[in-house]
Design a protein around this ligand. Structure first.
Ligand code: SF4
Ligand code: SF4
Length: 427
C-alpha cells in the first residue's frame, strides 16, 4: 500500500529546512514564524483552576451530574457512577493528575536503579522495537516515535497547587547548561536536557470498541474516558522507569509539559480533525494521548498524511451534533478564537469556552463530537477499504460519497440505550 508523506520530523533547533524531503506536523499545519510556544496556563483545563469564571462553570458540572444521577437519567445510573468512580479511585491512589507535571506517576526522577550492565548496544531501530514491545506490555494500545519539535513544548507549565505558571527551559539555553538530568529548580523553572530529542507517543483507547463513545454525552462515556487515563497512568510510570533502567533519561507526561496532538501527528499516529481532536486512522478520536521525552535514540518515521484534512473538509458531520456551535463549519485558520487556542497554526479552532459551558448542561464532559466523528468506527477490517481511498485519492466528490454512504449504512445513529453497554457479547 502506498503511504504518502511518511516522513521524519526535524527538531526546531535544526530549523525548518526540509533537506531530506520529510514533513513534520509544523509543516503540515504551516506553523508561522510568529508562533510562540503555548503557555499551559491558557489551556482551558488550567483556566478552570485559576480563573474564577471558568472555575465556577466547572463546579456546576459536578452539581448537574449529581442531579442527573439522582433522577436516574439514562447513562447516569449507579453503574455509570461506579465505573467513573472506580477508574478515578486508581488515579487518586497513584496521585495522578492529567494536567499536572511531575506527579508521582509522571515523576521526572527515577525510583529504580539503572541496569548495572549500562546502556545496551542497540540501534535506534532496535531500541524502537524494544520500547514498542514494552509499551504494549505495559498497556498502551498504539505507540509512535517522533523527534522532538520544541515548538510543541509549553513555554510554561501550570502548577495547580500554587495556581502559577513557571518556565520550561532547555539545557542549551544560557544559564542552564549544567543540567544533565530533568530537574525542577527552586524557583519552579523546569529544565529539559538538550539531549532529550526523542519522544515516545502513546495512545490509550476508550474501551475496546465504539462502546467507549456510543453513549456520549453521559457519565458512562466520561467513566470510560477516566478509565483510559487510569490505564495510561501505570503505562507511563512503568515505561518511563523501563527507559531509565536502560540508562537514559525519561520524562513521562499526560496533558502536561507539551501539546500532545502535534506530537502524536509527528509520531505518525493521526491528524487534527475539525473538532480539534486527534483523529487516529484506526480508532478515530476515541483515544487519549500521552508521551515520554527521552535521550534514548529512537527511529522516528514521521508524520503520515492519511487524507484526514481533506476528509474533514468534505464531512462536517460533527458540526450539527455539537449542541453549542463550538465546532466551525468554516475553513482552517491561523487565528486563535481566544487565549485557549494556539495561534499561528493552520487548524480548525474549537470554541473551548462554549464547549465547557455546554458540558454543564449535559452533566458530563460531553464528547458527542468524538461519538459522531466519521472516523470513530468499530475495529473492523472492512474500514480499510474507505481508508485506503481517503488516503490515496483526496477527491472532494469521493470523500462526499463516503460520508453519504456512512449515513446510508446508519453509522453514527444516536440510538444506543445505556443498558446496551452492559450486555456481554461472546464470553
Ligand atoms: S465536546 Fe460536545 S460541546 Fe464540546 S465540541 Fe464536542 S460536541 Fe461540542
Ligand atoms: S465528523 Fe467529519 S468533519 Fe468532524 S472531525 Fe470527524 S471526520 Fe472531521
Amino acid at each position: 500500500m502506498n503511504i504518502k508523506l511518511r516522513r521524519k520530523a526535524k527538531p526546531q533547533s535544526q530549523g525548518d529546512s526540509d533537506t531530506n524531503g520529510r514533513v513534520t506536523a509544523a509543516e503540515m499545519y504551516q506553523v508561522q514564524e510568529s508562533y510562540v510556544r503555548f503557555n499551559q496556563r491558557d489551556h482551558m483545563g488550567s483556566q478552570m483552576v485559576w480563573e474564577a469564571q471558568a472555575k465556577a462553570e466547572r463546579d456546576k458540572l459536578k452539581v448537574k451530574q449529581r442531579q442527573l444521577t439522582d433522577k436516574g437519567r439514562a447513562g447516569f445510573e449507579a453503574t455509570a457512577w461506579s465505573l467513573d468512580s472506580a477508574a478515578d479511585s486508581l488515579l487518586s491512589l497513584m496521585d495522578f493528575s492529567k494536567n499536572q507535571a511531575d506527579a508521582p506517576a509522571t515523576a521526572w526522577q527515577s525510583k529504580v536503579e539503572p541496569s548495572p550492565t549500562g546502556r545496551p548496544d542497540t540501534s535506534p531501530k532496535e531500541a524502537s522495537q524494544i520500547v514498542r514491545k514494552a509499551a504494549h506490555l505495559f498497556g498502551a494500545d498504539q505507540v509512535g516515535f517522533a523527534e522532538l519539535d520544541r515548538r510543541w513544548v509549553y513555554s510554561h507549565y501550570f502548577d495547580s497547587e500554587t495556581k502559577k505558571d513557571y518556565p520550561i527551559k532547555f539545557s542549551d539555553e544560557p544559564g542552564y547548561e549544567q543540567y544533565k538530568h530533568p530537574i525542577r529548580l527552586e524557583d519552579g523553572t523546569r529544565v529539559i536536557p538538550k539531549e532529550m530529542t526523542n519522544v515516545v507517543v502513546l495512545l490509550h483507547e476508550w474501551g475496546k470498541d465504539v462502546d467507549g463513545t456510543d453513549h456520549a454525552p453521559t457519565l458512562l462515556t466520561e467513566g470510560l474516558s477516566t478509565l483510559a487515563y487510569a490505564r495510561m497512568a501505570p503505562t507511563l510510570w512503568m515505561l518511563a522507569e523501563f527507559i531509565r533502567g536502560l540508562g537514559y533519561n525519561a520524562i513521562p507526561a499526560a496533558n502536561d509539559t507539551a501539546l500532545s496532538i502535534p506530537l502524536a501527528v509527528d509520531a505518525g499516529l493521526g491528524q487534527v480533525g475539525r473538532h480539534g481532536l486527534l483523529i487516529n486512522p484506526k480508532v478515530g478520536a476515541r483515544c487519549r494521548i500521552s508521551k515520554i521525552f527521552t535521550d534514548l535514540p529512537l527511529e522516528a518515521l514521521g508524520a503520515i498524511d492519511s487524507g484526514i484534512t481533506e476528509f474533514c473538509n468534505a464531512c462536517l458531520k460533527c458540526v450539527p451534533k455539537c449542541g453549542t456551535q463550538a465546532i466551525t463549519t468554516g475553513n482552517r485558520s491561523f487565528e486563535a478564537l481566544d487565549e485557549s487556542n494556539a495561534s499561528g497554526v493552520f487548524t480548525w479552532k474549537v470554541d473551548a469556552k462554549k464547549c465547557m459551558t455546554f458540558q454543564n448542561r449535559v452533566g458530563s464532559t460531553c464528547s458527542t463530537c468524538v461519538r459522531r466523528c466519521a472516523w470513530t468506527k468499530p475495529p473492523l477490517k472492512i474500514y480499510a477499504v474507505p481508508r485506503f481511498f481517503i488516503r490515496n485519492f483526496k477527491w472532494r466528490w469521493l470523500n462526499k460519497s463516503w460520508v453519504w454512504l456512512d449515513d446510508r449504512l446508519g453509522h453514527g445513529k444516536f440510538d444506543k440505550q445505556a443498558d446496551d453497554f452492559w450486555v456481554v457479547r461472546g464470553n
